[in-house]
Design a protein around this ligand. Structure first.
Ligand SMILES: Nc1ncnc2c1ncn2[C@@H]1O[C@H](COP(=O)(O)OP(=O)(O)OP(=O)(O)O)[C@@H](O)[C@H]1O
Ligand SMILES: [Mg+2]
Length: 336
């Protein structure tokens, strides 16, 4: 049985990791709900199947996209599903370590905690996302050196400089992968009078989206429908067009990095200059984003091996030495 579990309940993806088995859950943070009753009928990937089978009655939504942990019942249901899929149901009295955005308010943390208890977690622990990301990236967070992590998620980007187990400078902007998808949709509407779904827009972004020029610029066919007539329509779009469309989001991310570096004490900023910036989060996989940050800060950038899993893997690492991490103030326990 699983007793300890690390959970990263992101706006775009939900991950869970357990000691000895690493990542055991990695699902989109979507639920399928009955339109009329708001009853949750499916959680994660299978939500789309549920909606496709009965679109009149069931719709898919991203419950945390605009407001974290806004709906208690939905949050509880998602956590309960994660526990079940990770083989850590209520009966095992699981102890869970949640990664939380540094911008989360006490009200939001309390809501997450309550939902976790309601879902069957016996013991709720939390870790700030920048520290979890740094741990997952293998950075020397306990040393008196400065390490910089940039986590580009679905709804937000967090930038932090960490030293001696604490965050010394940070910035949080509400721009992430979802906003890039919106920018792609807007481009298609504006330039081609064409509408596509959010998952099509995301596919264009991940396939030909970029933040700096590609060695070989590419094209992609996009299928959607004409806004005026509703008729099916297909066009060819170039990587240059998509990059131009994404530039508003990319610029805000780059500015957040600059801001944090400018607020970092000089010695620690020097460490970052020497050791580089570490980029993670699903959005950190955008082609050329590391290169763009490097160009604009003159600091080398490394993307972690598994960007989308870095925070969850860091939380898992913290879970492995919870007492020491608690003593160092890196994790904290929420009282039942
Ligand atoms: N190859 C890729 N190129 C660009 N974006 C990508 C790529 N792969 C995934 N993404 C994007 O990464 C985003 C999800 O990242 P991630 O899973 O880290 O978010 P999250 O942790 O759920 O969000 P948050 O931390 O804001 O709560 C999505 O918008 C997804 O489209
Ligand atoms: Mg995240």
């Amino acid at each position: 049985v699983t007793r300890d579990i690390a959970i990263d309940l992101g706006t775009a993806s939900t991950l869970a990791a357990v000691p000895g088995r690493e990542i055991v859950v990695n699902e989109p943070t979507v639920v399928a709900m009955e339109r009329v009753t708001a009853r949750v009928v499916a959680v994660g990937r299978e939500s789309w199947k549920a909606a496709a089978a009965d679109p009149e009655r069931v719709q898919v939504s991203w419950p945390f996209r605009n407001a974290p942990v806004s709906d208690f019942a939905v949050t509880e249901r998602i956590i309960a599903t994660v526990l079940k899929r990770a083989s850590a149901p209520r009966i095992t009295k699981p102890r869970a370590l949640f990664s939380v955005p540094s911008a989360a308010t006490e009200v939001e943390r309390r809501a997450l905690e309550e939902a976790a208890f309601a879902a069957g977690v016996r013991d709720v622990w939390m870790i700030g996302e920048p520290l979890a990301a740094a741990l997952g990236a293998g950075l020397p967070i306990g040393e008196p050196r400065g390490s910089c992590v940039v986590d580009v998620g679905g709804a937000a980007t967090e930038v932090a400089v960490i030293s001696m187990g604490g965050v010394v400078a940070q910035h949080h902007v509400r721009v992430g992968g979802f906003d890039m998808d919106d920018l792609v949709q807007r481009l298609l509407r504006r330039e081609y009078g064409m509408a596509v779904g959010e998952r099509t827009a995301e596919g264009i972004k991940t396939q030909i989206g970029s933040a700096s020029p590609l060695e070989e610029e590419v094209k992609a066919e996009v299928k959607g429908r004409e806004i005026d007539t509703g008729a099916p329509k297909s066009i060819i779009i170039t990587s240059e067009e998509v990059r131009a469309a994404l530039s508003d989001a990319v610029r805000i991310i780059v500015e957040a990095v600059r801001q944090v570096l400018s607020e970092t004490p000089p010695e620690l900023a020097h460490d970052v200059l020497d050791n580089g910036i570490t980029l993670c989060g699903g959005g950190g996989r955008l082609q050329g984003l590391g290169e763009r940050i490097r160009l604009e800060t003159s600091i080398p950038v490394r993307v972690t091996d598994r960007p989308g899993e870095t925070v969850a893997l860091g939380a898992l690492k913290a879970l492995g030495s919870l007492d020491a991490m608690a003593a160092a103030g890196i994790v904290w326990r929420r009282s039942a």
